[in-house]
Ligand binder design. Structure first.
Ligand code: ADP
Ligand code: ADP
Length: 232
């Protein structure tokens, strides 16, 4: 069963002569324990696809399902709850709060949501991501790679069904990027999560189980078991 299913999704921004079609009749699904990379030229609709799949925007027409839930029919307040409970987000710019320590950044969403924190799971994540010596540091005291690993831990703490990552390695050197990709791989292989990652980087995409290529708002190709040469 797919974790996320987009059916006949169309997105048009603006109206009349200013209308821009960002997605046309997109049909795609993301399943558990699967790492998908989404690639395509600038303006091909990658961000729009991610926003629709994550319930951050409603398509102009079509259906977006997360498990049993139809997101397009859901009021915003309910959607916000679904996003917090079921979806993890990782962004290119880390989006950590500068005044909080690494550990506080990781636990903040759970605290805001009044969810009990699984301390054992938190400790395991911190260890898995090599942040044991950094839990009390603030973001400015961490390298880019460490900051992004904090962001991935934050996304994983609530055990979401799916993680959406928008250029998670875009601001990192190759070593730090590798560690973040290994972390996402672990989420897929040992925790059974579905990870959907937008990337321009063929080396990053080669960590995925499949690559979905967009061009001009349409899925033009799907590649299983990619290699970095094949996606370059
Ligand atoms: P990508 O992430 O692949 O660069 P986007 O999904 O950001 O592509 O954009 C797809 C198309 O939609 C582009 O032509 C872009 O200019 C347009 N677009 C994106 N967001 C908006 C918006 N808020 N208003 C108008 N046009 C937009
Ligand atoms: P990582 O293994 O996360 O990629 P790096 O090799 O980039 O880490 O950095 C090694 C150490 O240098 C880090 O532990 C960090 O303390 C420090 N460091 C690196 N970049 C920065 C930065 N931009 N600001 C503060 N400290 C940094």
């Amino acid at each position: 069963n797919p974790v996320v299913l987009l059916a006949d999704v169309d997105v048009t921004y603006g109206t009349g002569s200013a209308a821009v079609v960002a997605l046309r009749k997109v049909n795609i699904s993301f399943t558990a324990a699967e790492f998908t990379a989404v690639m395509g030229p600038s303006g091909s609709g990658k961000s729009t696809l991610l926003k629709c799949a994550a319930g951050l925007m409603s398509p102009t027409s079509g259906s977006v399902r997360l498990g049993d839930l139809e997101l397009t029919a859901m009021p915003e307040a309910e959607l916000a709850v679904v996003r917090r409970r079921k979806i993890g987000f990782v962004f290119q710019a880390f989006n950590l709060l500068p005044a909080l320590t690494a550990e506080e950044n990781i636990t903040l969403p759970s605290l805001l949501d009044k969810r009990e924190i699984d301390r054992e799971w938190l400790a395991e994540l911190i260890r898995k991501f090599g942040l044991e010596e950094r839990t009390g540091h603030r973001p400015h005291e961490l390298s880019g790679g460490q900051q992004q690993r904090v962001a991935v831990c934050r996304a994983l703490l609530g055990r979401p069904d799916v993680i959406f990552a928008d250029e998670p390695t875009g601001a990192l050197d190759s070593h730090a990027g590798q560690q973040v990709l290994d972390g996402l791989r672990t989420a897929v292989d040992t925790m059974g999560q579905s990870v959907v990652m937008v990337t321009h980087n063929p080396v990053a995409a080669a960590h995925a189980d499949r690559v979905v290529f967009l061009a001009d708002g349409t899925v033009v190709d799907k590649l299983e078991k990619p290699t970095s040469d094949a996606v370059a």
